[in-house]
Design a protein around this ligand. Sequence first.
Ligand code: FHN
Length: 607
Amino acid sequence: MIRLTVSALVLALMTSTSVQAQDAVGAPPEQTRFKAQVYEPVQHDAATTQALARFNNDRYAMFIHWGIYAQAGGVIRGKRFYGASEWLMQRSKTPSAEYLALAEEFNPVDFDAKAWIRTIKAAGFRYVVITAKHHDGFAMFKSAASKHNIVDGTRFGRDPLKELAEAAKAEGVGLGFYYSQYQDWTEPNGGGNDWEFDPKKTDFDSYFNTKVVPQVTELLTNYGPLREIWFDTPGPMAPEYSKRLRELVKKLQPDCLLNSRIGNGLGDYSSPSDSEVPPASLVHGGDWESVFTHNRSWGYSAFDNDFKSTDTLIELLATSASRGGNFMLNMGPDGRGRFPEGAQSRLLKVGDWLKVNGESIYGTTRSPLPQTPWGVATQRGKRLYLHVLDRPADGVIRVPGLTEAVTKVTLLAGGAALPFKQGDGLAITLPKDATPSDDLVIAVDTREPVAARRDQGAVLSPVYGRQPLDVADAVLSEGVGLEAVKTQLSVDDTRKYYTVVGLDDPAKSIAWTVQVERPGDYHIDLQYSATAAQAGREGVVEMNDQKRAFGVVETGKIERRKPVFLAFQPVGILHFDKPGRYTVAIRPQTAGQELFAIRALYLTPAN
Ligand code: FHN
């Protein structure tokens, strides 16, 4: 199984879209490097606090992008557009009238709300958030505020959101709506369409009053109780609009949650960047919901079948839960209203896994443990769940420093008791015949709840492969700051990672604590990008009196909407002569330019 923490040499990303989502950490649109911050939500009132308790209990949600773009499936005028298919109009610079002609063809006769909800439930999702209106401005619900809506503007003539709301209610599945509040490409006064309308002449206030307010009111009035309104890409929208939206939603449904992309710091919880499970150090205890799409497009794409494997989905879900957040997985139904088979079959397999292992996800709290090489953990009172994503060569799972008395260790699937030893930590022997590809979950019962020990440092062990030490988890000396970087993975698919700024003097350093299980040697590799001006700078990796010097090589600049190339540079070997805790640090050898834009230091057992 691929561990999420292990990165590819080249990360890519930055979307080619003209307006970026407001980031959970508040990054302004269009920025490629920005300060990493913990999202501060607005003060929670009683209704919001209660709604957040349910939100945190749910942990797993389905996201659906469905609009008239599904009819095109990423192809317009015979030309394919790779990446996010819901951006087809913008990418192809299609005028509104031509784009809206898709509505005349759109007739999703296979749409069956009950069947959708049955699948969603069987797949283990606790709530579903569907696009009521995406950036193209076409409403997937009956709206008196715009004729561009599915009931009045298509042959189909039905309101799928109404049917979904009824089916979801009958099955006890929660419902939320996505609403693009700033971008609206088919409205002359909406944001984002600069190929057809003159941005200088745009009257956003009029658009907001005549479309956004009435449509958000319709959504909160006509579809029963909503779990959340998922706003997106606030762009340059002024704070007064985010404030008015917030007040409107809370007036109509006080316990409807708002994500951070409402803009201007007015969300109840944080939406990290697309395709990001934020580092534990940047969420510590807050409320958040990561969003990933199953393939590479959010809307249906006729030629993208790059669906994430069941194992990867389970790993994303378990990792989000282990850091205290929800995982919302997207899928784009096609123009006939069908879930793509490649997505559906995998989702149902995750559902099967959850039927057996769901107690390790739903209603759990974040892991009290530091980074462990075998996988991640979740907790429920006096029970700790160990998600074994990467099996050790010797079949023994170790939890160093676990001092709470263990009463029982069982395999969640089947309930078989597992042999364990508790001394200096806990050692559990895995069954030899366990199927290798599953996320095996071990339940560890203790007399007292396992106390938080997240700062004890990443566990290094010779029975695992390479261990990453991410800069997001490092201790930064004064004058060094954490920054987020966006890199372009493929068309319309940006990924975020972290780096540091200010590492320009031998007095400054970044450092990690590690817990070494057994004496041994570890190879050091550094993953970084560096400009021509930084090439030749010298740094040193230190551990006690061991110092391994290195010279920086040029990889290129970090540029907007371009892949960032990262060097993976071997530096030498560190020897740890006894088990215990150590500090590994990096510092420049001389004052001058910043050393590099480092992402991670890797330690690999060197047998
Ligand atoms: O531009 C949108 C994109 O189409 C999609 O809706 C994603 C989902 O998070 N949000 C925006 C980009 O961040």
